[in-house]
Write a protein that binds this ligand. Structure first.
Ligand SMILES: O=C(O)[C@H](O)[C@@H](O)[C@H](O)[C@H](O)COP(=O)(O)O
Length: 270
């Protein structure tokens, strides 16, 4: 059944972060073009960390059809949308405020539910956290239902980072959420990277995407990339992102981050 095989990663390494950022922008433009041709829209999930800044190559670039983008967060922290820890706030500062994307095309967690999901102790917030995750799942269902008749949403592109421990989205090593095989969106209250309360897309969503692109740059990522790509048997969360065929996972890295990778690199071409 070739149609259900996990894809093998395509790793492209660039000599410096600037070249990486420019090539990533061209890759995204190509994905956008194909998606709009096929479906009239471009569904994208983005994470936080250093990723939003690495999308800077899109600012002012010809051919970006911002009005066709439908953006979701691959993971989000349970804080107000203008809080310094919010991925939405970060993306707004780094990107959305600099490009003509319609506000309604950016799908945030429901701000009306954040206060109740923030009460202490976390055990008193479980119902509200469940509600906020359900509401975000409904937001995804509204976008994807009746458009792609699949069990899980099929994002055109999911853009991810990887943490030093091999986490991606808010899927952390050893966490019970790694075996979630049903829900599209889940919450956690014990993220080892602060803040502790977060929502995240689950592995089935990541692994049904048409394309997932990891972005990692700098020498600080060197050991993580070596383990994630050369030792997938260790099962780090980022190693487990292997969208089923014809989906594909790409790694956009720079030479500093890629210094220890033995996994074969592919020359970047569009
Ligand atoms: O909200 C988050 O915490 C992120 O979505 C997280 O998964 C991030 O992508 C990695 O921790 C890598 O972060 P850096 O790119 O900053 O290393």
């Amino acid at each position: 059944m070739t149609g259900h095989q996990p894809s093998t990663p395509v790793v492209c390494s660039f000599s410096n972060p600037e070249e990486l950022i420019e090539s990533l922008a061209h890759f995204i433009l190509k994905a956008q073009k194909e998606s709009i041709q096929k479906k009239g829209r471009f569904t994208v999930a983005v994470s936080g960390g250093s990723l939003p800044e690495q999308l800077n190559g899109l600012i002012g670039k010809d051919g970006v059809k911002w009005d066709k983008w439908q953006v979701f967060y691959a993971d989000e922290r349970i804080v107000p949308l203008d809080h310094e820890d919010s991925n939405h706030a970060l993306c707004t500062t780094q990107l959305w405020s600099k490009v003509p994307i319609p506000q309604e095309n950016i799908h945030t967690i429901d701000p009306a539910l954040i206060d109740a999901a923030s009460v202490e102790p976390a055990s008193d917030a479980e119902d509200a956290l469940e509600e906020i995750a359900d509401a975000y799942e409904q937001e995804l269902i509204r976008e994807f239902a009746n458009k792609d008749s699949a069990r899980f949403p099929i994002f055109d592109l999911i853009l991810l980072g990887v943490g030093p421990d091999g986490h991606t989205c808010s899927l952390f090593p050893g966490h019970p959420l790694l075996s979630e095989d049903d829900r599209w969106v889940a919450y956690i209250t014990d993220s080892p990277k602060p803040p502790p309360r977060r929502l995240t897309l689950t592995f089935p969503v990541l692994n049904h995407a048409s394309r997932v692109a990891f972005v990692a740059s700098g020498a600080g990522k060197v050991d993580t990339l070596h383990t994630v790509l050369d030792k997938p048997e260790e099962g780090l969360p980022a190693s487990r992102v292997r969208p089923i065929s014809p989906g594909q996972v790409y790694w956009f890295v720079d030479d500093a981050a890629a210094a220890k990778i033995e996994y074969p690199k592919t020359p970047f071409k569009l």
